[in-house]
Design a protein around this ligand. Structure first.
Ligand SMILES: [Zn+2]
Length: 380
């Protein structure tokens, strides 16, 4: 295809923009140093690209932070003489954000900060911060023995939300024709937002469009993300049109009641549809299945289900015996607490209206968010 001059110019601008975005977004720190001069101390960050970081000093002058929404550091922290700075730590989030923290021996001030570009002998950028103790001389600080600094990492809890069904598997169908697969995706997206607003969770979805996933695909996605909690969202249907309300399910070899067993068979159908036999899955999935009844995980799942129901009770209508258990394939997660929420019955007129109402979805998501908060506050 012939590319016109105008299009070529546009392509150039586009690639330049992409290049700039790349430079602005990733701060790849290669090394870090602390040095001492007669009048001041110097912190230097060696970076692969031109650094784009935020620097701040606490009000009491005892800690400097260098942070960015994308900051990567895989090296080791330096060993240095602790005259002015006594400790360095690096905190990384799974989102890619990172912060270096420099704890001062006594209050300091920042004299200046600047960037040195690569030179003929140095191939990287250097981000320099010059600091000075606020009062007295640096030499009055006791000279401590050099020791390596601590690396501290703070991670948000990773929540995997699994919108039930999808693609060729529509799930249950409401009287007005609404499909379970669409309801679960809508609410999963709203729940992701509600959880992320707290700044305590890193939230992923097993699917974010109308695609078909086998139940073991869903488990694998949670494992790959190293999730701390798995929550599968569904909306049930029932032959009795007046059956309504929310219920929370956990994994158990023995179903809590006949209804729960029937439901598990229904929800497990997605794999039959794909012709997948869970027993002849890949070795990793087979291993998961062997391990599935780890008591610890079952206990934690039960605690999570209790926390969810006690918070949701205040916000939405629950089904009688709202915590149930059965052999749900999607909950077979040996080292990951997992629950399945049937958010209501789309076979019921009122529930069908509620499940598609934004106001009700907000209530529901806030209830689930409170339940997850309460679970993690006790099981950090
Ligand atoms: Zn379902």
């Amino acid at each position: 295809m012939k590319i016109s001059y105008k299009n070529r110019a546009l392509l150039c601008i586009l690639s330049l923009l992409l290049l700039c975005a790349n430079v602005a977004w990733s701060n790849n720190v290669l090394g870090i140093r602390v040095g001492h001069h007669d009048t001041h101390a110097r912190i230097v960050l060696d970076t692969k690209q031109k650094p784009n970081v935020k620097i701040s000093l606490t009000e009491n002058g005892e800690e400097i932070s260098i942070s960015a929404s994308h900051l990567e550091f895989k090296g080791t922290l330096p060993i240095f003489s602790k005259k002015v700075i006594k400790n360095i730590a690096f905190h990384a989030l799974r989102t890619g954000a990172g912060t270096f923290k420099f704890q001062a021996v006594k209050p300091i001030k920042i004299i200046k900060s600047f960037t040195l570009p690569p030179s003929s002998t140095i191939s990287y950028y250097r981000y320099v911060i010059d600091i000075q103790p606020m009062t007295g001389k640096t030499s009055t600080a006791p000279l401590k023995k050099d020791t390596p600094s601590k690396i501290v990492s703070v991670h948000k809890k990773i929540i995997m939300i699994d919108p039930g069904h999808g693609g060729k598997d529509p799930g249950a169908q409401g009287r007005k024709g609404i499909l379970e697969k669409n309801v679960t995706l809508d609410i999963a997206r709203a729940l992701k937002e509600a959880l992320e607003r707290t700044n305590r969770y890193d939230v992923r979805l097993t699917r974010n469009d109308d695609c078909f996933l086998t139940l073991s695909n869903r488990i694998m996605r949670a494992r790959e993300a190293k999730a701390d909690f798995f929550i599968s969202l569904h909306a049930d249907s029932h032959p009795r049109a007046d059956t309504r309300g929310l219920s929370v399910y956990m994994l158990s070899k023995v179903a809590s009641d006949a209804e729960a067993e029937k439901l598990a068979i229904k929800e497990n159908k997605a794999d039959l549809m794909e012709g997948v036999n869970l027993n002849t899955e890949s070795p990793e999935v087979a291993h998961i299945l062997l391990d599935l009844m780890k008591r610890e995980t079952v206990n934690l799942s039960r605690k999570a289900a209790n926390a969810l129901v006690s918070k949701l009770r205040k916000r939405v209508l629950l089904l009688r015996n709202s915590i149930r258990s059965a052999d749900f394939a999607v909950l077979r997660t040996p080292d990951l607490p997992a629950v399945l929420i049937e958010m209501g019955y789309i076979s019921n007129k009122q529930d069908e209206i509620l499940l598609t109402s934004p106001a009700h979805q907000t209530k529901l998501c806030e209830g689930i968010r409170e339940g997850i908060d309460s679970y993690f506050s006790e099981h950090r």
